[in-house]
Design a protein around this ligand. Structure first.
Ligand code: PEP
Ligand code: MN
Length: 382
């Protein structure tokens, strides 16, 4: 919008003038934010392209030429050199942060011992790490992907608000259960297909992707028509017909660790998906059953570390079902990041007192915001 083309209002109506000008500047600021978001996406792609071409992230000649051209262009537009330089520093630092996250890990020298039972999932010399694309997100590419949303889809308003809050935090994949595998048959079982459609509408209208759980092999194809990623829950980790059915849809699979599964059993479950010709598996550590009762499950973050040497598949962490309490989620998110996880899946409800499912562990939108803001800073510092 060009403010010079605005028709001057009647004399004395200065509030109207101010309002119009403020609207114009708000509009420009929103456009700048959108451009910055697009710039980050491109910076990440550059990082991936450099990784593929085995080129270093920092190219001194390119950076010098780029800075010179932009400062000259800024001068022509009447912007001071100081502002142009400051802006450049900020942008370039952001770009490097994105690109450095995509730096290759050291090559694997040998396959893990006794790993024939998960030969497709295991690390092998020369086998690249898997990057799973879900909408605009790339899990395993080096950035820390945060998936968030309510435990269950409840109403159009609830899921719409949840998606709005998640999007404002930079989340690109919304979670939400439509087919809920509840421990008791008397608990809310989810809205089924109707819930899935609400979830998909809410997410896709906001340019976000969807992950949701499939509990019955017969539903896999229908769920895959609406969802971008299929979740296999802890209770079903070794449900072979379900693993095969989800794999055959061709959608990426989020495979949660069974509450009493060993790491190797979990990798064998992933192998069932890979052997169907679906390479897009993301593992999710969500805590295991131990003697401990203070926490809902015991979050086994050592599995994240162990898996790095065992598999090329990305690994994310679900602190919600592990902790069982919203107050404990933030430190576990930090810990998951520090352990080298590829991301998180977290439960958040726009109004958690009303949650029909897993109320105690649901983050408020503000709590999610604090976590994503903090993790953003951690990434830049790294
Ligand atoms: C869920 O993510 O909604 C869920 C039920 O998790 P889990 O399978 O890990 O218990
Ligand atoms: Mn839940």
């Amino acid at each position: 919008m060009n403010t010079q083309t605005l028709t001057p209002p009647a004399a004395g109506d200065d509030l109207l003038v101010l309002g119009t000008l403020r609207a114009a500047i708000d509009h420009i600021d929103h456009e700048l934010l959108q451009l910055l978001a697009r710039r980050n996406d491109v910076a990440r792609d550059i990082g991936l392209a450099k990784r593929v071409a085995a080129r270093p992230v920092f190219d001194a000649t390119r950076e010098r030429d780029h800075a010179r051209t932009l400062i000259a262009a800024a001068r022509k537009l009447g912007l001071g050199d100081g502002l142009a330089r400051q802006l450049m520093q900020l942008l370039v630092r952001g770009s490097f942060a994105h690109q450095l996250e995509a730096e290759p890990e050291p090559a694997v020298v040998e396959a893990p011992a006794d790993s024939d039972s998960f030969r497709l999932a295991r690390c092998e010399p020369g086998r690249p790490r898997t990057v799973v694309h879900v909408g605009s997100a790339r899990i395993g590419a080096g950035l820390f992907e945060v998936i968030a949303g309510p435990c269950a889809v409840e109403t159009p308003d609830q899921i719409g608000q949840a998606a709005d809050h998640a999007r404002a935090c930079g989340v690109r994949i919304v979670r939400g259960g439509a087919f809920k595998p509840r421990t008791s048959p008397y608990e809310f079982q989810g809205l089924g297909l109707e819930g899935l459609k609400l979830l998909a509408e809410a997410a896709h209208a906001r340019d976000m992707a969807v992950v949701t759980e499939v509990t019955d092999p017969a539903d896999a194809a229908e769920v895959a028509r609406h969802a971008d990623m299929l979740q296999i829950g802890a209770r079903n980790m070794q449900n072979v017909p379900l693993l095969r059915a989800c794999a055959r849809t061709g959608r990426p699979v989020l495979l949660k660790r069974g509450a009493s599964a060993t790491i190797r059993e979990w990798l064998c479950a992933a192998e069932y998906v890979l052997i169907e010709g679906n390479p897009n598996v993301v593992l999710c550590e969500r805590g295991i059953r131990t003697f401990e009762r203070e926490t809902r499950n015991t979050l086994d973050l050592s599995s994240v570390v162990a898996l790095r040497g065992l598999t090329h598949l990305p690994v994310i962490v679900d602190p919600s079902h592990a902790a069982g309490r919203h107050e404990w989620i933030a430190p576990l998110c930090r810990a998951a990041h520090a352990c080298g996880a590829d991301g998180l899946i977290i439960e958040m409800h726009p109004c958690r007192e009303l949650a029909m499912c897993d109320k105690r562990q649901a983050l408020s939108p503000g709590q999610l915001r604090a976590i994503t803001d903090e993790l953003q800073n951690v990434q830049v510092v790294r």
